[in-house]
Write a protein that binds this ligand. Structure first.
Ligand code: ATP
Length: 629
């Protein structure tokens, strides 16, 4: 038999199509830089410095005080240094023997030495203070971002651009690494600039404006380049976001079998490269613009600088300033020039950082605005009844509701089974029942209280959920069971939850029992099988002893013994709670007091197992199909 399939080893596989162009769908679908005027650019820098200052002050007040003190010392010593230099120049360039001139200059030279020593020490201490602030500043912003994402209303995840905006905010967090350094260097350069400028103005008022003109083009150039960089950053956000996800999925050990056995490596690498190339193309396309900016600003700056030196030479040659003053002016010009360049470079860096920090702040503000604010009511007492009335829910951006007009009453002690085709709205219904989503229309009420007005944490204190796709936390086994509950010193309830899912034997075989780290990729970690992980997810929900227990395909990876054990357990503890089982294994619905069949978001059939199995409806049809082998 001859095969027509292309042989990748022969290189006959046609290249896969490149990934579709992704456009940034976030809040800034129109580039915000189009709005940025030079005036706004300048206005933004003090705001960023203020934000950095406030945050740093909160984190380490003493380090900030140290930093400011050092800045002040740097400025004062720079002024002293220049003035003493001017003093030293007079005797050095004056008349008399070399020894006399040196002796005359000695006191001023000593002041110069002390001032430079102080300036250097202050610089070193300032950098120590900055290193004390930066790590905690980064941790603070990073943790704030993680917390903000964890706390938003879950519906935000389904909204277009949320993930891209989060990616943009991540960049802000990364920039906090350099934020204090940039700000500190800027402030210190400004101080040096002011002192050197002051000294120079005293020497000759004409020099200062000329020097300012010499560095102004570099400043404008740096800000324009930062703008271009930011534009590229924005253009690349969505691609970078997808690339980051692809990287994780392609390299994560959990998916390594699938990647290899389905020969995905070639395409994944191609995909990854294609995204990277596209990012590079955008970056490279901007290179001529940055070159033009750099050349023009260098040209203009060079011309003004030549004029400055020309004026200084003319002043000295024509005798308008004496030689000692001219020599000091040369030093002042050099100092001022270095300080001005630092101001320009660090000002541009702060501006650049401020753009990313702006994104981070916008995201944090947005996330804070999206934190659940449903009302002050708290849920207390045992949950006796959950009632849904004409509930409708549509995901953002979708045309059709995922759940449409569902009414249902559940009482304590009842076991409800939800069945239906893929995409019929079963999981969405469980999210509505637990208050993870609030309905667009209709009500979900617990003990007669509409969840729309209830503090959600008080609802979730009563729920235990085994989702279809559950997390495999890289924590110790004990924490994998107790996560979400207050810490206890007693392991007995943990073992009870482990026994309930039949996992004691497997746990006993682990190298450190409950202390075993469940993360294969971490040194000393261990991995469980898929079914064992699912048993852990079930034990986590059971450990909570929730008033509402929801199991969404809880046994899909389990062997028959495990599945039997879980369902026996569900029956045994059902009297104290409301239990909901979502399943495609229709035989498992026998344990339910009530079964609902969902189709296209609606309940189309309901009743007990025997009635539905012989009712001639969808349930009976699905049951027959499941038995037809
Ligand atoms: N996060 C989401 N964002 C947008 N649409 C969603 C989201 N989750 C589900 N949907 C859509 O809502 C509909 C119902 O999905 P749901 O997950 O509730 O179905 P299900 O009955 O649980 O399916 P399955 O049996 O495959 O688990 C589907 O059309 C699905 O595409």
């Amino acid at each position: 038999m001859t095969s027509t399939a292309p042989d990748p080893a022969q290189g006959a596989t046609p290249p896969p199509p490149p990934p579709a162009e992704i456009t940034y769908t976030g809040q800034y679908s129109v580039n915000p830089l189009a709005e940025v005027s030079f005036r706004r650019v300048c206005a933004r820098i003090p705001a960023v410095l203020g934000r950095i200052g406030r945050l740093s002050w909160r984190i380490d007040r003493r380090a900030v005080q140290l930093l400011l003190g050092c800045q002040l010392l740097t400025g004062v010593s720079a002024a002293v240094l220049l003035t003493a230099t001017a003093r030293a120049m007079e005797p050095v360039l004056g008349a008399g023997s070399a020894g006399d001139r040196l002796r005359g200059a000695l006191p001023a030279l000593l002041v110069v030495a002390v001032a430079s020593g102080v300036a250097r020490t202050a610089g070193a201490v300032a950098s120590y203070a900055e290193r004390r602030i930066t790590p905690r500043l980064t941790t603070e912003t990073d943790s704030a971002l993680v917390e903000a994402v964890c706390r938003v209303e879950a519906v935000a995840y389904a909204e277009d651009g949320f993930s891209d905006r989060r990616e943009a905010a991540e960049m802000g967090v990364m920039r906090t690494h350099v934020m204090v350094t940039d700000a500190q260097r800027l402030v210190s350069a400004v101080i040096r600039m002011v002192t050197a400028g002051g000294v120079l103005s005293v020497l000759n008022p004409l020099m200062l404006p000329l020097l300012l003109l010499a560095v102004l083009p570099a400043g404008v150039g740096a800000v324009l380049s930062a703008r271009v960089d930011y534009e590229i950053h924005y253009g690349n956000i969505a691609d970078r976001n997808v690339r980051g996800m692809m990287r994780w999925w392609a390299t994560e050990s959990k998916y390594s079998d699938e990647v290899r056995a389905n020969s995905m490596t070639g395409y994944l690498v191609f995909w990854y490269r294609a995204l990277s190339d596209r990012c590079d193309r955008r970056t490279l396309a901007a290179a001529p613009r940055t070159l033009r900016i750099a050349l023009l600003s260098a040209l203009a700056g060079g011309l003004f600088l030549m004029a400055t030196w020309g004026v200084l030479a003319w002043l000295a040659v024509s005798g308008r300033v004496d030689l000692a003053l001219a020599a000091t002016a040369v030093i002042a010009v050099q100092t001022l020039l270095a300080a001005l360049s630092q101001v320009v470079v660090n000002g541009a860096a702060v501006f650049h950082t401020s753009l990313y920090l702006g994104d981070m702040q916008t995201f944090l503000d947005d996330a804070a605005a999206r934190a659940p604010r449903r009302g002050p009511r708290r849920l207390s007492g045992p949950v006796e009844e959950i009632r849904l009335e004409e509930v409708v829910y549509r995901y953002p951006g979708k045309d059709k509701p995922a759940v449409e007009g569902v009414s249902l009453t559940l009482r304590r002690g009842q076991v409800l089974a939800i069945v239906g085709a893929n995409g019929s709205g079963k999981s969405t219904l469980t999210r509505l029942l637990t208050g993870i989503y609030l309905p667009d229309k209709g009500t979900v009420a617990w003990n007669g209280t509409d969840l729309a007005g209830v503090e959600p944490a008080t609802v979730w204190a009563n729920t235990g959920l085994v989702p279809q796709i559950f997390a495999q936390w890289p924590l110790r086994l004990r924490e994998n069971v107790t996560l979400g509950q207050p810490r206890t010193v007693d392991d007995a309830p943990v073992w009870e939850a482990i026994d309930a899912v039949g996992l004691r034997g497997a746990v006993d075989e682990l190298p450190s029992g409950l202390d075993t780290l469940l993360a294969r990729d971490v040194f000393g970690g261990t991995e469980l099988s898929g079914g064992q992980w699912q048993r852990i997810a079930c034990s986590r929900a059971l450990y909570r002893r929730p008033a509402l227990l929801i199991l969404d395909e809880p046994t899909s990876q389990m062997d028959p013994r495990g599945e039997h054990q879980i369902f026996e357990r569900i029956k045994a503890i059902a009297a104290d709670r409301i239990t909901i089982v979502v399943t495609h294994q229709l035989e498992n619905t026998r344990i339910a007091d009530h079964i609902i069949v969902m189709e296209e978001g609606r309940i189309t059939e309901q009743g007990r197992y025997d009635d539905l199995a012989h009712g001639g409806g969808t349930f009976a049809e699905l049951l027959e199909l499941s038995q037809d082998r």
